[in-house]
Write a protein that binds this ligand. Structure first.
Ligand SMILES: Nc1ncnc2c1ncn2[C@@H]1O[C@H](COP(=O)(O)OP(=O)(O)OP(=O)(O)O)[C@@H](O)[C@H]1O
Length: 245
């Protein structure tokens, strides 16, 4: 098998034995998981089980203590966030990381400038249309509603032309109309070849959009499977729902 054929046969994301401890806190304690090409995988688990830390390790904002991360066939563990983003991996934050004093369009263009610039103006127009943000294109990011800011945060990930997008609670607390726009955009981007790993507490969102659910607890993946199988597994539901969220 050629190197490129081997790379395309690999999952888009492969994580093996990933450890990150903060002093005595074992934030990730041997995470193993994979996300397939064009898959939408949901990541669930109780507060503090290590989901956001896993995102930080994969996107390069935090360096792992130990373990392997392969993105699109390449070893990326410990690589800088900037390089990983340029390879085509984008991530959103629970609290949108926007340029408050810039317009919606400028925020989208800035995301392209950090990565792939050619065609940025056209992509910004397409992203405004995809996320139904055209009517606020010239508004400052700080003047948007909380839900619109989440849409824009998502739009900045879309502008990077990523092949894998990590979404951190992108629909939490947003109006149902905005939630619908986000869910439709995820489905449409997947049709165009994008894969997703989605941290979500909203089980309805998980059920409606995810192909497969990965369950974390205490810094590790405890199981993964179809939504119905996970919900039927009372032990997992006890782990997930039996603790304060
Ligand atoms: N920079 C850090 N320094 C010290 N401890 C940290 C740091 N980042 C995360 N932790 C700790 O690591 C553990 C895992 O946190 P993390 O945010 O990854 O969990 P989570 O599953 O994303 O939680 P939530 O669902 O509440 O967002 C927690 O105990 C958290 O307090």
């Amino acid at each position: 098998m050629t190197a490129s054929a081997q790379a395309s046969a690999e999952p888009i994301l492969l994580v093996r034995g990933l450890y990150k401890h903060f002093g005595g806190i074992k934030a990730t304690n041997g995470v193993d998981l994979a996300v397939g090409r064009q898959e939408i995988a949901g990541l669930i688990g109780p507060n503090g089980c290590g989901k956001s830390t896993l995102f930080s390790l994969v996107s390069g904002t935090v360096a792992p203590d130990k373990g392997e991360i392969r993105f699109d066939g390449r070893a990326i563990a410990g690589m800088s966030a900037h390089r990983i983003a340029r390879l085509g991996l984008a991530r959103t934050f629970q609290i949108p990381a926007l340029f408050d004093n810039m317009s919606v369009t400028e925020n989208l263009l800035a995301a392209a400038a950090e990565g792939h610039w050619p065609g940025a103006q056209e992509r910004a127009a397409a992203t405004l249309a995809l996320l139904e943000l055209g009517h606020v294109a010239d508004n400052r990011a700080s003047d948007l509603s909380g839900g619109q800011q989440k849409l824009l945060e998502f739009g900045r990930a879309v502008m990077r032309q990523a092949s894998l997008i990590l979404l951190d609670e992108v629909t939490a607390g947003v109006h149902p109309n905005i939630r619908k726009i986000i869910l439709e955009a995820i489905a449409s981007l997947r049709e165009r070849g994008v894969s997703f790993l989605v941290i979500e507490h909203d089980m309805e969102m998980v059920r409606s959009v995810c192909d497969r659910i990965i369950v974390m607890d205490s810094g590790r993946v405890v199981t993964s499977g179809a939504f119905e199988d996970i919900v039927r597994n009372s032990e997992v539901m006890q782990t997930y729902l039996g603790r304060p969220q």
